[in-house]
Design a protein around this ligand. Structure first.
Ligand code: URA
Length: 258
């Protein structure tokens, strides 16, 4: 791919377009061994060697990170006052990363961070019905019909009922931990007493959807964690706030099979 030098440097995290223009003017950049001062020069991203102050720059057109979102951080690309999920990705090269979908401030768990708009659209498009699975700790006794209600769709005050959701209840803490081998979950379980533990799979992403679904059933979600989005599953080795690049297998499954 051929792009301008200033775009190449800005995309690679060396500053805004005007900042990198100054950097180029200062003589800090070399292209295939020769200093360049023209920031409009076209770069072949695969074959040219760019050095910034003698250090090689690698170009990534796209980046894909799995983040274990901690509670207390907002799902936004940038914010004037608050730390966002993008601020947690310290090793990012691209400046145009965004979160795919939204988790509430108090929700933990899997969040995909990328700058790939096509993939994001594909995963979030309502017509694709990509499944998202969560664990919810719930207070207030759920009715026996809750499973049917979730399957048939719930009136949460929108124009249409929610799309069918799969719900299952874990009878005991050890049942949950057998399936979700997640150290964080053990801590969370010890923080909450007398909660009902549900696994819920939805295919939409309405605002506060799960909380509103339980609320419509007279219950309250006191803790929510996302474990999967399509074929992508939260890596239990990541502590809240940690992230890693997606593996090639994870990425190709997300792109091909959803
Ligand atoms: N549903 C919610 O209510 N909150 C989330 O963060 C995600 C799904």
């Amino acid at each position: 791919m051929k792009i301008r030098l200033d775009k190449y440097l800005a995309d690679s995290g060396f500053g805004t377009r005007s900042e990198v223009k100054l950097l180029v003017k200062s003589g800090s950049i070399s292209l295939n061994g020769n200093v360049v001062k023209d920031s409009g020069i076209k770069i072949d991203t695969e074959n040219d060697e760019i050095l910034v102050r003698g250090k090689r720059v690698g170009y990534s057109e796209y980046e894909y990170y799995m983040l274990h979102k901690p509670a207390g951080i907002i799902t936004a690309s940038r914010d004037k006052n608050e730390k966002t999920v993008i601020d947690l990705i310290k090793s990012k090269k691209r400046r145009d990363l965004f979160p795919v979908g939204r988790l509430d401030r108090d929700t933990e768990g899997l969040l995909l961070i990328t700058n790939d708009g096509d993939l994001s659209h594909h995963l979030l498009s309502p017509s694709k019905h990509v499944s998202k699975t969560y664990l919810a700790f719930v207070t207030g006794e759920p009715s026996e019909d809750i499973y049917t209600h979730f399957k048939e769709g719930i009136d949460i005050g929108d124009d249409t009922l929610t799309k069918p959701a799969e719900l299952r209840r874990f009878a005991s803490v050890s049942d949950v931990l057998n399936i979700y081998n997640d150290k964080v979950l053990e801590d969370r379980l010890s923080e909450y007493n007398d909660v009902y533990i549900f696994e819920i799979t939805i295919t939409e992403g309405r605002y506060h959807e799960i909380k509103r679904m339980f609320e419509a059933e007279g219950c309250e979600v006191v803790y929510l964690k996302r474990y999967s989005m399509g074929s992508l599953i939260l890596d239990f080795n990541l502590a809240p706030g940690e992230y890693r690049l997606l593996t090639d297998t994870e990425l190709s499954s997300l792109k091909n099979k959803e």
